[in-house]
Design a protein around this ligand. Structure first.
Ligand SMILES: [Cu+2]
Length: 326
């Protein structure tokens, strides 16, 4: 049998490794659904890194396995192995390849970060707690009494290259504390424990922390931003898929850090408008009208009225029963 040249089987192995790596890099199902404009950028970067990692794994582990079999000690062979010492060309080769990969990934990551808005935090007027821009000069506005003092340092994810110079559609002040998130809508006066936003809207979160460092993380958005005591941070994004996604505190912040969770509800624009209207009414309502009812003061039919559906009888039957009992 004729021997297959090394160059040929190296080529075949290279093609197989490339095909497997590219396929797995695109079909790994390791990440949750993409629900923000930034998510595909992050995933594109992750997939490239994952593809490279699989290729390296296959080449290194595959070589080990082939060598284990091919160069195993045969029966009766008591000779020493071949003494090999240094190979300059090989060393240059295996230093140059990782260097090129790491520099390439570095440049790509900077581009992804720029596309996400990482280089433009703080380029826009904020809510009352932060800064106002007057003819190009940033003037510190008076701080809201209810918020901890914040500096004008702007850290986080700001406008993406295509939203630069534009006002966000929705501003939300987000406060982290041990062990909850509080969302305040400065333009409509609503305060909630869950974040509600409309799909497709350019949302800006102004984050602060009351006590220790917390981190606002929505895995489906592929976004994570620290909330720092005494220092303003921000997170600007566009949600692209209606749904309910978890908000997780991603910075160990104390004994109940693990329970510091809530959710972000991405509404259709119509749903969001009605939620906004309902919340405004609910939060303005006179609290006296919401006082609990003392059941002892109710008549039997009044007391049973909310339960007639579960009892499988109609209100009319109930009235009749009561008549009969009197
Ligand atoms: Cu926390």
């Amino acid at each position: 049998m004729q021997k297959i040249p090394v160059s040929l089987w190296t080529l075949v192995a290279g093609v197989i490794v490339t095909v497997i790596s590219i396929w797995l890099g695109q079909n790994h199902n390791l990440l949750p659904v993409q629900a923000s404009e930034q998510a595909p950028l992050v995933d594109g970067f992750f997939n490239i890194m994952f593809t490279i990692a699989i290729a390296l794994f296959l080449v290194v582990e595959g070589t080990i396995l082939i060598f284990l079999v091919k160069y195993r000690r045969r029966q009766g062979d008591n000779t020493d192995g071949v003494p090999v010492e240094g190979n300059l060309q090989l060393e240059i080769f295996w230093t140059a390849i990782p260097a090129v990969i790491v520099i390439g990934l570095g440049i790509y990551s900077v581009d992804v970060y720029n596309q996400m808005g990482g280089f433009e935090p703080g380029s826009h007027p904020h809510s009352s707690a932060h800064v106002t821009h007057v003819r190009g000069t940033a003037l510190a506005a008076t701080l809201d009494d209810t918020l901890p003092p914040t500096t004008n340092t702007n850290i986080g994810i700001g406008a993406s290259p295509h939203s630069q110079g534009k006002q966000p559609d929705l501003l939300v002040d987000v406060q982290g504390m041990q062990y909850a998130w509080i969302f305040n809508y400065p333009n409509s006066g609503i305060t909630t424990s869950e974040l509600h936003i409309p799909v497709g809207a350019d949302v800006q979160l102004n984050l602060s922390a009351q006590d220790v460092i917390h981190s606002f993380w929505v895995p489906q958005f592929r976004l994570k931003q620290d909330a720092l005591p005494g220092m303003a941070t921000q997170l600007r994004f566009v949600a692209t898929k209606p749904g309910t996604y978890p908000v997780v505190c991603a910075e160990l912040c104390g004994g109940y850090h693990g329970s510091m969770r809530t959710q972000v509800i991405v509404h259709t624009p119509e749903e969001f408008d009605s939620w906004l209207a309902q919340s405004q009414i609910a939060q303005k309502q006179d609290l006296n009208s919401l006082v609990a009812v003392n059941p002892a003061e109710l008549s039997t039919s009044e007391f049973l009225a909310p339960h007639v559906h579960d009892l499988g009888i109609s209100a009319a039957t109930l009235a009749q029963l009561e008549q009969n009992n009197l």
